[in-house]
Design a protein around this ligand. Sequence first.
Ligand SMILES: Cc1cc2nc3c(=O)[nH]c(=O)nc-3n(C[C@H](O)[C@H](O)[C@H](O)COP(=O)(O)OP(=O)(O)OC[C@H]3O[C@@H](n4cnc5c(N)ncnc54)[C@H](O)[C@@H]3O)c2cc1C
Length: 533
Amino acid sequence: MTDHRNTLWQQLPETEWDIIVVGGGITGAGVAREAARTGSKVLLIEQQDYAFGTSSRSSKMVHGGLRYIAMGDIRLTWHSLVERERLLNEAPGLVDRMSYFFAHYDGGGIKSNRWAFYILLMAYDFLAGIHDRGFFNTKKFLERVPGYRSAGLQGASRYTDAVTDDTRLVLRVLDEARRDGAVTINYVKSEKTLLNGDQVSGLQVRNVMTGETADLRAKVVVNATGAWVNRMRQDVASETVSVRPQRGSHLVVSSERIPLNDAVILFHPDDKRAMFIYSWEGRTVIGTTDLDHKDDLDDEAVITAEEVRYLLRAANHEYPNAHLTDADIIATWAGVRPIVSSGKGLDPSKERRDHAVWAEKGMISVSGGKLTTFRQIAQDVLTAAEIWLPGLKTRDRKAGIFTQPTNSVALPDCTDDLYRRFTGKFGYLAERFVQEMPSDELKLIPGTQTLWAELRWALRHEQVAHLDDLLLRRTRLGLLMPHGAEECLPTIRAMALDEDWTEACWEAEVVRYRDIWQRYYSVPAPVRVAAAA
Ligand SMILES: Cc1cc2nc3c(=O)[nH]c(=O)nc-3n(C[C@H](O)[C@H](O)[C@H](O)COP(=O)(O)OP(=O)(O)OC[C@H]3O[C@@H](n4cnc5c(N)ncnc54)[C@H](O)[C@@H]3O)c2cc1C
């Protein structure tokens, strides 16, 4: 891995790139994917790990967003629904349809009015071009969502959206970009924009693993740095845009404590904000908050004790017999939305989620938007880049994002569901994966939907530089298993040593991983103190 990385790094200055994409989140990955198919010379760099920013910390929904239609944002909803349907068709197993329920109660007001809600769902389905909605009476709903608040319950409306693993979505889009010739490298940071006269001519970049720097040449630079967008943009723009970072946090609990195979929408009992409780990777997730994020963007976002209490209160209100406490929380995560601010001082939940693109001196900057709409965002970015790269005009704007496995994949002892998930994650690489990985590792890690071999594959082929890359992003074991998947470490150690990690490197990585997990993915200390008092 290190050798491969070093070789890649050494070669970067040798090419004059058509496009250098800065930022390895879903936006950058989408741009690299769409640009690579035109035959352009494309490089993507990421200062940390792929999807390290918001793209590993979203709510993981591929959705139109019912609340956006309720807010009157028809265009964003429609675009998102079109993309949702496309992703469902192209990447089954990676993006899967999920039922969403909204419970109606006696005296619940307009928001809980079954018929008003039904009209909203009709419009939602109409925009998506599907008919997949209905009403569950109380008995049927409680059979489907056991333990849900039943006093005064009239029944629940059902509709569908979709769910994904956001990081794996980024990784699969990057796989497709590389298949079409793009070069991608993580742990390489853009430090300075190079100008020739008043046109961008490249970037000065730093290899974060070694400290080395290099000057890279490019015809166009795409600044897909999300919440960091202004940092690069200030090299080419006299005025920067008002990006309002907003934090959203989530809790993961076991599906024994809150059994759920679907999603429920609810309004928080205190401030009536819309939230979700939903099934993800065999666990139940409670989220999200929506708060102005004032912390340094270079620090990883982290949930606060107050947010934990807020989310637990909502869950305990909807599941009155669950009595969830901090002890039930397996892990937490927090992400920062780069909202392009209206400047009107709106409540954070009321700011629009659209993306914005700026083209200046050969740098295209992009920010805002959603995971769901990454393909459309990429198209807008490339349209803006056509002035500098007219060859981009020939691209097929409707082409599929993903290539499918050519043959059926011989994954032993697998259910239909596992097969779908596996091919959804690894796409055209699934066949090679099964041929290359040891057969005794082609089985699930107990209590998860992850194969042991996914760890080895990632160590060998997915540019894993740190243990946290492996446990928090290539796989999500650190979010799904108690204590950050501590129990898997002995087996992973053996694999890592097998894949040429040294003993000293392993020891250092374990210390680093435990520290990161404790600081950013566990329950913050004040909650534990309050619970113990
Ligand atoms: C709490 C929350 C929930 C969400 N839920 C959903 C959802 O359910 N569905 C949905 O569709 N959308 C959702 N979103 C929105 C979605 O997650 C974001 O729109 C999307 O992930 C943004 O991706 P991005 O690539 O633009 O930014 P990021 O993922 O943040 O990527 C930017 C990358 O740029 C890198 N970078 C920055 N500076 C440099 C540099 N100088 N050199 C190299 N690299 C650099 C960063 O390290 C980072 O990895 C949610 C967002 C949040 C915060």
